[in-house]
Ligand binder design. Structure first.
Ligand code: AMP
Ligand code: TRP
Length: 338
């Protein structure tokens, strides 16, 4: 439970480091829209400062940031109901990020599995920012005193670290200033897997485009990728237990459930016994029906990038009304003259 003195406030972010995938949509954006419409105060962010922890071509970064904003709006995030920002236009994120770099411990960072995955054998050659990234992520959240953070399963460890940072700051300075944020990891598809390999996460950075469904894919591309998705030779089970040891089958069923707002049990009750040859076209039709209105709206919004920039500038102004006082209070607590 979050501490009682903090009013409910939702923050989440996505990196503009490539196109949006079905994983982002089902794992994150669908929840963003639900929380917005459930009357939470909501702030959603294109985390450009996170994206540059690995090299980003400037032209691509500009385009990807606007396209991500278009994806948010096309999916139902309303700039009138939510604050929509890109991180670098709200300087308090990076300022509090520095403070949290001084609160977090090396050992905490060294345990982060996402860093280990991304750095791999190359750990001496990746940027210092990639290593320190979770401190900035904690700042993204806590600069708003956010209480709830909707994310996919892969972000759970970073959110535990965010709580550790808040608790250590509060403890070190003898205050109860930062809330202990709750992760919101819900739905049938909190971890959408690659269509080519059921043991790997669907990711915008996978070199194989066939491994993912992009939010900008057209109906033909979606149908083709689903038709070619890796499966096993057995029919679909009628019970969840029958998905045991069948990661590819589980993934396609999870995607169906996520797209159709059903539980996995409900889906299996309907499709149990079908072969993939029959199930895949159903899934493709459903995916096209749900995603093509979004990609059409994204394309429309991308015709007017100046309007997107206006929305993000307005969002930054609204955001700073929240972040500037919280940063000032943080500096006061720490003994900074101002
Ligand atoms: P990223 O694209 O890494 O910035 O992720 C943005 C959000 O999408 C985070 O909340 C992730 O947890 C979520 N996400 C990314 N990929 C997936 C996936 N394959 N399945 C579920 N959620 C995902
Ligand atoms: N680390 C997240 C990811 O890679 C993106 C992110 C940055 C984020 N700051 C955040 C998510 C704050 C939620 C809250 O997906």
């Amino acid at each position: 439970m979050s501490q009682p003195q903090f009013t409910p406030r939702v923050f989440s972010g996505i990196q503009p480091s490539g196109g949006l995938t079905l994983g982002n949509y089902l794992g994150a954006i669908k929840r963003f829209v639900q929380m917005q419409d459930a009357d939470f105060e909501t702030i959603y962010c294109m985390v450009d400062l996170h994206a540059v922890t690995v090299w980003q071509d400037p032209t691509d970064l500009l385009r990807n940031t606007r396209e991500l904003a278009a994806g948010f709006i096309a999916s139902g995030i309303s700039p009138d109901k939510s604050i929509l920002i890109n991180q670098s236009q709200v300087p308090e994120h990076a300022q509090l990020g520095w403070v949290f770099s001084c609160v977090a411990r090396m050992g905490w960072m060294q345990r982060m599995t996402q860093f280990k995955d991304k750095a791999g054998k190359n750990a001496q050659n990746v940027s210092l920012g990639l290593f320190g990234y979770p401190a900035l992520m904690a700042a993204d959240i806590l600069i708003y005193h956010a209480t709830h953070v909707p994310v996919g399963e892969d972000q759970k460890q970073h959110l535990e670290l965010t709580r550790d940072i808040a608790a250590k700051f509060n403890h070190d300075y003898g205050v109860d200033f930062f809330p202990l944020t709750e992760p919101v990891i819900e739905g049938a598809a909190t971890r959408v897997m690659s269509l080519r390999d059921g043991s790997k996460k669907m990711s915008k950075s996978d070199p194989s485009d066939a491994s993912r469904i992009n939010m900008t894919d057209d109906a033909d591309a979606i149908a083709k990728k689903i038709r070619k998705a890796k499966t096993d030779p057995d029919a679909l089970p009628s019970e969840v237990a029958g998905l045991e040891g069948r990661p590819e089958a589980r993934n396609l069923v999870n995607i169906y459930a996520g797209l159709n707002d059903q539980s996995v049990e409900q889906v299996l009750a309907e499709v149990g016994g079908l072969q993939f040859g029959a199930f895949k076209p159903m899934l493709a039709d459903l995916a096209v029906a749900k995603l093509s209105p979004i990609s059409a709206e994204m394309a429309r919004l991308m015709n007017d990038p100046a309007e997107i920039d206006r929305i993000l500038a307005k969002g930054a102004g609204q955001a700073r009304e929240i972040t500037a006082p919280i940063l000032q209070k943080t500096y006061d607590i720490m003994g900074m003259v101002r």
